[in-house]
Design a binder for this molecule. Structure first.
Ligand SMILES: NC(=O)c1ccc[n+]([C@@H]2O[C@H](COP(=O)([O-])OP(=O)(O)OC[C@H]3O[C@@H](n4cnc5c(N)ncnc54)[C@H](OP(=O)(O)O)[C@@H]3O)[C@@H](O)[C@H]2O)c1
Length: 364
């Protein structure tokens, strides 16, 4: 068991990644987060380092509110140009070595081939007994058991609630409470980009290519949409959910994936005429003997299914438990502020010493 006594203490936090989520997190801390953490835990948060791909700002005694506000005004990749404290070329590992933080917030981009750079950041922190909060799915979708065991071995906590559905707390719901009922089925729309594209095909009668272009123009899809439309993103979220529940070590490549590119305007029109809809579902069927199904694919859904009416960028998940309970959760699955809010909530949980109970508490 991990007991953390932070009441009345200063907790040093390093932020690795200063893009959409990193900036929203610092803004949220200034607006409400510093006070929230103090009220809930009695601890004072001190931001001692912020890192982007070109360098860092480092201040061992912690940045003031007004310094953080100034840092927020810097353009992308320019954090290290900040006067006095800017360190061009400094990496997250340098910031960890110099500042010896209590918590690292890891929010760099997801890479499903190597897990880097997030994997080495999380590894470096946990192996020094430093707690980690992350929204980066890739390290967990590639090396789940290794990272959990590393955290346990070094008495650190690793929390990652923002990796699945961002601001909608499905991991907290499953990992803290619902797991006790025994989970039989998880079926969900875990990717907002693909749901936006499918909704546009259904409602606005667009082709896949047209719908993708509109999603890109409106900021719901990346210039390179392959992580979303080829299913890597929802597959990563699915393995994080399943591994958390079962303590397994599935990897993103273990998920059967069928790309959304396989769905044509004709398919959508034909289903619509039959009162049905196609959704890009991530599904896991869990049995005592193990996992029966782990897949991400375009799936025909009848109109009375609660997932049928989840449209545009929304995410939702339907969970069936061993005591016949069916729980449906719908909400925002992306965006800087929703993701940052969940990171803040995870930070509070870390300072209270709370691990996801279903992962068990014993050292491995
Ligand atoms: N955005 C969302 O709605 C959302 C929701 C849930 C989860 N997530 C996950 O959260 C993470 C962050 O997302 P985001 O939208 O903030 O991404 P982003 O806007 O692309 O920002 C990523 C940040 O990481 C920095 N970075 C890249 N390589 C680095 C390195 N080697 N060392 C330190 N920093 C490095 C980038 O630096 P530069 O500024 O120099 O490019 C940038 O500041 C991703 O893993 C994403 O999948 C995002």
């Amino acid at each position: 068991m991990i007991t953390i006594d932070v009441k009345g203490k200063v907790v040093k936090v390093a932020v690795s990644g200063f893009g959409t989520v990193g900036r929203a997190f610092i803004r949220l801390l200034i607006d409400v987060g510093f006070n929230t953490v103090k009220r809930c835990t009695g601890a004072e948060i001190s931001i001692v380092g912020i890192v982007d791909s070109r360098g860092a700002v480092i201040k061992e005694s912690g940045f003031t509110y007004s310094e953080l506000s100034e840092i927020l005004k810097l353009s992308r990749s320019a954090v290290s140009t900040y006067p006095t404290y800017g360190k061009p070329g400094a990496t997250t590992l340098d910031v960890i070595d110099v500042t010896q933080p209590d918590v690292v917030i890891e929010i760099t981009p997801a890479n499903y081939v190597t897990g880097e750079p997030g994997l080495r950041h999380i590894e470096a922190a946990l192996s020094r007994g430093i707690h980690v909060v992350t929204s980066n799915k890739a390290p967990l979708a590639l090396r789940f058991r290794y990272l959990i065991n590393l955290a346990k071995k070094h008495g650190a906590l690793l929390r990652y609630s923002a990796t699945v559905m961002a601001g909608t707390p499905v991991l907290d719901l499953l990992g803290h409470t619902l797991w006790v009922q025994g989970i039989k089925l998880i079926k969900g729309i875990l990717n907002g980009t693909t749901n936006y594209i499918l909704t546009s095909m259904f409602v606005e009668r667009r082709s896949f290519e047209e719908a993708l272009k509109v999603a890109q123009e409106r900021g719901f899809a990346e210039a390179d949409p392959s992580l979303d439309v080829d299913g890597w993103d929802p597959a990563a979220k699915l393995v994080i959910l399943v591994n958390t529940l079962l303590g397994t070590d599935y990897r993103v490549h273990d998920v059967e994936r069928i790309s959304l590119r396989e769905v044509s305007k004709l398919d959508v029109e034909e289903l619509k005429s039959k009162g049905k809809v196609v959704k890009y579902l991530a599904s896991a069927a869990l049995e005592k003997s193990g996992v029966k199904e782990l897949c991400v694919k375009p799936t025909v859904v009848s109109c009375d299914d609660p997932l049928a009416s989840v449209d545009w960028e929304y995410n939702a998940v339907l969970i069936e438990t061993g005591i016949g309970n069916r729980v449906f959760l719908k909400g925002i699955g992306a965006g800087g502020l929703p993701t940052a809010s969940t990171i803040l909530s995870d930070l509070v949980q870390v300072l209270l010493g709370n691990w996801y109970p279903c992962l068990g508490g014993d050292d491995e």
